[in-house]
Design a protein around this ligand. Structure first.
Ligand code: 15L
Length: 271
């Protein structure tokens, strides 16, 4: 296993909370890193290192002794340029630098659909939009995720670190809104994607969409399949609920663009 000791940065965040029970398995220790308090550590399966991704010494201590890193730590929506640079860009660079220093060979980076938010359904031309389509960020947040992906490329090419960039759609218990009928990734599928990203088939450098096998998805499943990701869930089970007050049409700008409403949110304004 590439991850008998797996570091999760941002472990107190939404995705970290959701994933802790799902990534727990015999012989694996989850090392949880977050600036926020975590008070419900399961001592047999988890250890906790408190700190910020903006503190290089803390990041180095967290990375020391792990087999792989799941880097979720960072700002997860639009924020000021200064905050985005410090937390998402410097923070990610600190993680890669520490991985090199401590001989960690696998980093899974939480990127986002917002790294490529301005791609449209029309431009995909009826084909699924490839997982590695070039960046077209929809804000400073999305731009930082493109920077995260490019840092992964740099540390892969320089040092041979295996890097998987996950262009996550909407990873929540349930789709957050009607757009989620296309962009949702269920908790169980999120865990499946991370297990695939930890497996031998994900050696090298990969950029893949993080979504479930949604009926209404127009983002390619091929890149995920290539690393062994086989999603099982479909947001369609929520369709009646969300389509009660919304028509499903790709003329709707929220559905037309990968990034949905983020494309219209004022730059640098915290959400
Ligand atoms: C993201 O990148 C955000 O972190 C998350 O809060 C959602 O807004 C998600 O994208 C999305 O596009 O649904």
């Amino acid at each position: 296993d590439t991850a008998s000791r797996l570091l999760i940065t941002g472990a107190a965040g939404n995705m970290g909370k959701m994933l802790r029970p799902l990534l727990r398995k015999p012989g694996r220790i989850l090392r949880l890193f977050d600036i926020a308090d975590i008070t419900d550590i399961d001592p047999g399966h988890e250890e906790y290192v408190q700190g910020s991704v903006t503190d290089r010494a803390a990041v180095a201590a967290a990375v020391d002794g792990v087999d792989a890193v799941l880097h979720l730590g960072g700002l997860s929506t639009e924020d000021s340029w200064e905050n985005i640079l410090s937390v998402n860009v410097d923070g990610t660079q600190a993680v890669f630098e520490a991985a090199v220093a401590h001989g960690v060979t696998r980093v899974i980076a939480a990127s986002s659909n917002h790294a490529v938010g301005f791609w449209t359904h029309a431009e995909a031309g009826g084909d699924p939009l490839p997982g590695d389509v070039p960046p077209r960020p929809d804000g400073f947040y999305g731009w930082s995720k493109a920077a995260v992906e490019a840092l992964g490329r740099l540390y892969h090419d320089r040092f041979g670190i295996d890097v998987v960039n996950l262009r996550i759609g909407s990873s929540f218990d349930r789709p957050p809104n009607y757009r989620g009928l296309a962009s949702w990734m269920s908790p169980a599928d999120t865990a499946r994607l991370i297990e695939a990203a930890l497996s031998d088939s994900a050696k090298g450098f990969h950029t893949v969409w993080g979504i479930s096998r949604n009926t209404r998805s127009w983002w390619s499943a091929a890149e995920g399949a290539a690393i062994g990701y086989e999603p099982q869930d479909d947001a369609e089970v929520f369709a009646d609920e969300f389509l009660a007050d919304h028509e499903w049409s790709f003329d709707d700008p929220i559905l037309q663009r990968v990034g949905g409403a983020f494309c219209d949110h004022p730059l640098g304004q915290r959400m």
